[in-house]
Design a protein around this ligand. Structure first.
Ligand SMILES: [Fe+2]
Length: 477
């Protein structure tokens, strides 16, 4: 050591802290962009399972504020597993958003609170898409890959190299400043149905219905105001109806100006479900209530005569526990546990109350289906239950599961049909798993008809990845 005294350090790096994830374990950022040719395999990948699985989640490039523990606020980081004739290649890349690039160049965090700029670094460049971390849904749509984020525009990603391309605004046609992270693809028309919540960044509950054709050309955009400024993270579409669900998390600009959180849980507000005929318009929305229901995600929905059925994980309380209530208090974590629930809306009746049927034994979230059966009556739903993978048969209400043994943590699963024309639910479920005890990660493959038998194959990677929220599979990449 030199003998110099009173020396000012050149640089003291802010420290990362672990942030609670949805999957029951806190995570620190990984920050590793990797290429791994020919992953080590356990078991044999099934014949005919060729294509690429994409997973996307938050992985903060730089530490956020010590009092900001919102996992939704991490930088988007895309993972891909390319499967070809039993071999698997792995790749991971950050989504190079404007804010990522600005912080990369500055070598520090500039944009701080979740969807609230009041505590941003004074040197942070002003950005139209300040909140666009591109971290929520790896959305593969007819040959194109997008990193979606509900308050922003899609980030287009090269599906082979994972390089970030342009922010996509439907060739300048999209008026809404937001496009939902959750969309629905009509299996008959190939259309992309979506919405924008806080579509004009006025925080008044302004929403947009957004529909693109199968070539990603915008064909419909209609704006309306929700009954109160709540949260809509996902929505439902049937062949005949669109269902907008407004959940009891209030946005309050005054609270934001005081440095408070963007959302606050407000149990006094109703869970609202606005149902609109697809061949009507937003003037035709009829609002229903679903008492005792807080929903984040939708499994599937269909219309049967004058009845609309929506299946969704529903909790009695705050399912986003990092958001405090409107009085600034933390909420009961137990009340945030969701159960797969059938909501039935009677369009012919006078009541504005949905019938609510929680399914016994189906505690879980992150629902997926065989997407070829979206928007219509269907048989199988898949979800991430307490510690493992679950399948519900809606005809018999039989529930099967495979328990994932702690500390292994399974992420959301994605269904892949065994072949074109296979029966509903006949295929594979792919999921990322973290093996915390060994600090390893893997992509696991289950036979969707026999999940209780455990994975048929694994492709291993030599570290435990960040949490992925939502993924998709591309046959043609
Ligand atoms: Fe989501």
């Amino acid at each position: 050591m030199a003998t110099t005294t009173n020396r000012t350090p050149l640089y003291v790096q802010p420290q990362f802290h672990a942030i609670p994830s949805f999957y029951g374990r806190s995570q620190e950022s990984v920050r590793l962009e990797a290429d791994l040719h020919d992953c080590r395999l356990e078991g044999a990948f099934p014949e005919g399972l060729n294509g690429t699985f994409f997973g996307l989640g938050p992985d903060a490039q730089y530490p956020t504020l010590p009092d900001d523990d919102i996992i939704l606020n991490g930088d988007g980081h895309m993972l891909s597993w390319r499967i070809e004739d039993g071999h698997v290649d792995f790749k991971s890349r950050y989504v190079r958003t404007e804010r990522f690039e600005a912080e990369y160049a500055a070598r520090r965090r500039l944009y701080n609170l979740y969807r609230n700029p009041v505590r941003d670094d004074p040197d942070a460049p002003g950005l139209m898409q300040r909140d666009n971390t591109g971290n929520t849904y790896a959305w593969y749509f007819n040959g194109r890959l997008f990193a979606l984020r509900e308050d922003s525009h899609p980030n287009e990603i090269d599906p082979v190299t994972l390089e970030t391309k342009e922010v996509f605004d439907f060739d300048g046609a999209l008026k809404s400043s937001a496009l939902s992270a959750h969309g629905k693809i009509d299996p008959d028309t190939g259309e992309w149905w979506a919405f924008g919540m806080y579509a004009e960044r006025r925080w008044t509950g302004e929403c947009a219905l957004i529909v693109a054709d199968k070539n990603a050309k915008l064909i419909r955009e209609e704006h309306f105001i929700a009954p109160y400024p709540g949260m809509m993270h996902d929505f439902a579409v049937t062949k005949e109806h669109v269902i907008f669900d407004i959940q009891p998390f209030r946005v309050d600009e005054e609270r934001m100006k005081r440095g408070g959180q963007f959302y606050a849980f407000d149990p006094d507000q109703p869970s609202l479900w606005g149902i609109m005929p697809r061949d009507g318009n937003v003037e035709d929305i009829r609002w229903f209530r679903a008492p005792g229901v807080v929903c984040g995600h939708i499994m599937n929905a269909y219309t049967q005569g004058k009845t609309v059925v929506v299946d969704a994980p529903a909790a009695p309380g705050n399912s986003f526990p990092f958001f405090k209530d409107v009085d600034g208090n933390p909420t009961d974590i137990e009340l945030g546990n969701a159960t797969i629930t059938r909501l039935v809306f009677d369009l012919a009746g006078e009541t504005d109350q949905a019938k609510v049927y929680p399914i016994a034994g189906a505690v879980g979230e992150m629902p997926k289906i065989d997407d070829r059966f979206a928007m219509q009556k269907y048989k199988y739903g898949f979800f991430r239950g307490m510690g493992g993978l679950y399948r519900i048969d809606w005809e018999t209400l039989e529930i099967r599961n495979y328990p994932m043994v702690a500390p292994d943590i399974m992420h959301e699963s994605t269904f892949v049909p065994r072949y074109d024309g296979a029966a509903e639910g006949d295929g594979w479920l792919l999921s990322v798993v973290n093996h915390a005890a060994t600090n390893r990660g893997s992509l696991v493959v289950f036979d969707a008809q026999h999940i209780e038998e455990g994975p048929v194959a694994r492709a291993m990677i030599p570290y435990s990845t960040h949490m992925t929220f939502h993924g998709s599979f591309a046959r043609d990449v």
